[in-house]
Design a protein around this ligand. Structure first.
Ligand code: TXA
Ligand code: MG
Length: 331
């Protein structure tokens, strides 16, 4: 599971690309990011163009360590410092009031900026060597599945001359596998904008205060649009006890199923395609996007996912599956 050793020659190459305003796919512990120099407006615009993402959506600024908070944010609350001390480097994004350094193109014109210090050795090495901050959304076309391997990025966005990216760094499969937890600390109360592997409970334990679910006036976050993170194949999530009957009802379709091996073993008829789902939340999250990519490419007419268990460690997984289902209308 360890990432391949950081290749300093590749990192140096990536730094050169970034310094001249180019685009680099970089592995992080969550998903692969599509990185550009956060201080270079044209480079950040090129990120939006490569993804096909609307220009008013903000991107996360990736920083090398917590000392960058004061350069990028203003009126920083103690809660931000406490969360950074507890979870950085790691899969947590803090939304704070922006400093003048944060360009409109990065913040989507909002008065806040999202900051994250990634833990992945390749992302960390790149940030150290680059010396600046990197604006990086997930390295996939807007609305599609997030990439957790360099191969996913290559297949979706590609490298120049035929693709959109100047360089793809291959740091192996992402160990967390789903996007960072996003918490908004710019308002009166900490608010969870996107669940992730760092749970709301874990945030509340550090803060000693409740963390709210987003209300209607929460800042824009495309990760919160329903139609997002979606495969091309229509996808449905079915409770374990109804899986057999649902598959029977879909007998006329070629179906690809994601379910635990023990559940698959109970089915009377084997689905056309079946993938084993892990029983633990950590492993399930790590494998989720790779499984969905694989099921999406299996030539099936329907993807059926056996609903994972309930419980706080599964919240982010249910969130991603719900979005995958909502967005998975045939295109
Ligand atoms: O794990 C991750 O967060 C990955 C890796 C590459 O770091 N990045 C990622 O980026 O998922 P992206 O752009 O696919 O999703 C970032 C989310 C979006 O929903 C965006 O709207 C939200 O973060 N966001 C960024 N800045 C924000 C801000 N100032 N206020 C509210 N939401 C913000
Ligand atoms: Mg994304």
């Amino acid at each position: 599971m360890d990432a391949p050793a950081v290749d300093s020659a590749r990192i140096a190459q990536a730094v050169e690309v970034l310094k001249r305003g180019g685009l680099v796919a970089v592995p992080t512990e969550t998903v692969y990011g599509l990185a550009a120099d956060a201080a270079n407006e044209a480079a950040v615009r090129a990120v939006f163009a490569a993804k096909g993402r609307p220009a008013d959506h903000p991107v996360i600024v990736h920083v090398a360590d917590a000392s960058a908070i004061d350069a990028w944010a203003r009126e920083v609350p103690d809660s931000a410092r406490a969360l950074a001390a507890a979870f950085w480097p790691g899969p947590l994004t803090l939304v704070l009031k922006r400093s003048p350094r944060a360009l409109d193109v990065v913040t989507g014109g909002q008065d806040t900026v999202g900051l994250r210090c990634p833990a992945h050795p390749w992302a960390h090495a790149l940030l150290q060597a680059f010396g600046g901050a990197l604006a990086a959304p997930s390295a996939n076309r807007f609305g599609g599945l997030s990439p957790t391997t360099a191969e996913h990025v290559r297949a979706d966005l590609g490298e120049k001359p035929t693709g959109a990216l100047d360089l793809i760094l291959d740091g192996g499969a992402c160990p967390v596998g789903i996007e960072s937890t996003i918490v908004d600390l710019s308002g009166a109360q900490p608010t969870l904008l996107r669940p992730g592997s760092i749970t709301r409970l874990a945030l509340e334990q550090v803060l000693g205060t409740p963390v709210a679910e987003p209300g209607g006036d929460a800042p824009r976050a495309p990760g919160r649009l329903e139609r997002h993170y979606a495969p091309r194949t229509p996808l449905e999530v079915v409770p374990v006890d109804r899986l057999g009957s649902r598959l029977a009802a879909l007998f006329h379709l070629r179906v690809a199923v994601l379910a635990p091996a023990a559940v698959l073993a109970t089915l009377r008829a084997a689905p056309a395609v079946q993938l084993h789902a892990s029983e633990g939340a950590e492993a399930y999250a790590r494998e989720l996007y790779a499984s969905l990519h694989e099921l999406d490419q299996a030539g099936a007419e329907r993807i059926v996912v056996s609903a994972p268990p309930a419980g706080p460690e599964w919240t982010a997984i249910h969130d991603r599956l719900r979005r995958a289902r909502a967005g998975s209308h045939p295109r």
